[in-house]
Design a protein around this ligand. Structure first.
Ligand code: NGQ
Ligand code: ZN
Length: 453
């Protein structure tokens, strides 16, 4: 089994018919042949490249839905963060692995075949380093292998609680790393790198890491590895940046670092016109997480202005209030429609179909952010394939150029039927191959975590 025949496959330049896809033992695509016969090969109707989830804090999957009760004061991103810190206090490496496996199986069932883990719970509850410095990162990677999702592990640099090297708060001690710690963790992960796993780094934010520290890490990290950072998510963050340096966060980053296409700027919500153009010109990917940004009350990314200037984007599920690629893309577009009171905004001169533009755009940006050969059904790329449920009523009677519009914008059923990662089926008929064992361990973990509340 190293071939698949698709009546319709989404290739980098659009839909093609009767496509034979072949891959090798390592799970890399060796040939993509439109107009093939494909006798004796498994046949599917609609095949898409699997989506990249470019931003995840997987442990937060166990917190979703539990922060939706109003507190005494006006709730905000910052009051949510207190709850999240409290949740992170008691979680063990075993919990981290069990939660991640559940999350990854869900992400796969909803069309993600790769995920970038922005990983910062790296110390023990008492603030000590684990005996294995990459203990918790290794757990997340183990969960990725168990579930079968491709992974970019991003150990986080996290030293300060605010601009100007403010000391960490007690509740942030589990996250504490300096440049040396991060490089030590990256080193410890080196033997785990392979076709399914890449390792980059993530300075948490300009609140939590200084430019000098980031430069120290990047001086040692190989040039091709991805670098992710949270930036300009909240108005208060922009104001704190201005108070400290007289510069806005993105402005400061662009002035002080060589930001290029290896960089992924997560959220980048609050931008002035120059920052929008600056990110677009740098080639960096804007890592947008619309459901979490909505849940946390962040604001709306200026997508239309960014796209007009050739900006690259991808999607992530961040806090995992949603595990659906469709929901992220839908809300990415809907946020813009609500704001501008117009329709069909995420398009280009050459791609007028919103669903097609969003899926293809998020594949391209996501692949850069992942630093892995993913996001395209093309030789040399991973055989990561999503098969849509062509039997579903929503898929009935569609012209080919309506398929992705229907997939992204119509209804609430999950139209992802089968999912292959690196040439292996991991979801069949909407069921993840290890779903029951993974879910049982997740429920056990939730029961244990409940005791700490
Ligand atoms: C995080 N999450 O690290 O989990 C952050 C909140 C912070 C998002 N930014 C903490 N969505 O930014 O300080
Ligand atoms: Zn985040």
């Amino acid at each position: 089994m190293s071939k698949l025949f698709a009546r319709h496959a989404l290739l980098p330049d659009g839909w093609a018919g009767d496509v034979l896809i072949e891959w090798d033992a390592s799970g890399a695509i060796t040939a993509v042949m439109p107009g093939a016969a494909g006798e004796g090969v498994e046949r599917v109707e609609y095949a898409l490249p699997g989506m990249i989830n470019l931003h995840s804090h997987s442990f937060q999957r166990a917190l979703g839905g539990r922060t939706e009760k109003a507190g005494d004061s006006k709730d905000s991103f910052w009051t949510w963060r207190e709850l999240m810190y409290r949740f992170a206090r008691n979680i063990t490496p075993e919990h981290i692995e069990a939660i991640a496996a559940q999350l990854f199986s869900e992400c796969l069932r909803h069309g993600y075949t790769s995920l970038c883990e922005f990983h910062y719970v790296q110390r023990a509850p008492d603030g000590a380093m684990y005996a294995r410095p990459a203990e918790t990162a290794e757990r997340v990677i183990a969960a990725a292998r168990l579930a079968g999702i491709g992974m970019t592990m991003l150990p986080v640099l996290y030293s300060y609680s605010g601009f100007g090297e403010k000391a960490l708060k007690p509740e942030q001690q589990r996250f504490k790393t300096d440049a040396q710690d991060v490089l030590r963790i990256v080193d410890a992960l080196e033997p785990l790198r392979d076709a399914q796993v890449e390792v980059g780094v993530a300075p948490h934010s300009l609140r939590a890491a200084s430019v000098a520290q980031i430069q120290d890490v990047l001086a040692t990290l190989p040039k091709a590895r991805p670098v992710h950072i949270h930036i300009a998510e909240q108005q208060a963050e922009v104001q704190q940046s201005l108070d400290w340096s007289g510069r806005r966060p993105v402005q400061w980053l662009l002035e002080n670092m060589d930001v290029d296409q290896r960089w992924c700027l997560i959220h980048a919500t609050h931008l002035d016109d120059e920052e929008v153009g600056g990110i677009a010109r740098s080639g960096a990917v804007a890592g947008l997480c619309p459901t979490t940004e909505a849940n946390l009350g962040d604001g709306l990314f200026p997508l239309e202005r960014f796209l007009t200037q050739g900006g690259r984007f991808g999607i992530g599920s961040d806090s995992h209030v949603s595990q659906s690629a469709v929901e992220e893309l839908r809300w990415l577009e809907y946020g813009q429609r609500l704001q501008h009171q117009r329709r069909n905004i995420a398009v280009s001169d050459s791609e007028r179909h919103v669903g097609d533009f969003l899926w293809q755009g998020a594949l391209q940006g996501g692949a850069l952010a992942a630093g892995r050969p993913v996001g395209a059904l093309a030789p040399g790329h991973r055989a990561d394939v999503v098969v849509l449920d062509d039997d579903h009523p929503n898929m009935f009677g569609l012209a080919l150029d309506e398929v992705l519009g229907s997939f992204v914008f119509s209804g609430n059923d999950n139209l992802v039927k089968d999912v292959m990662v690196g040439g292996q089926w991991v979801v069949r008929n909407q069921q993840h191959v290890a779903q029951q064992a993974i879910a049982a361990r997740f429920k056990q973990t939730l029961a244990e975590l409940r005791e700490f509340r």
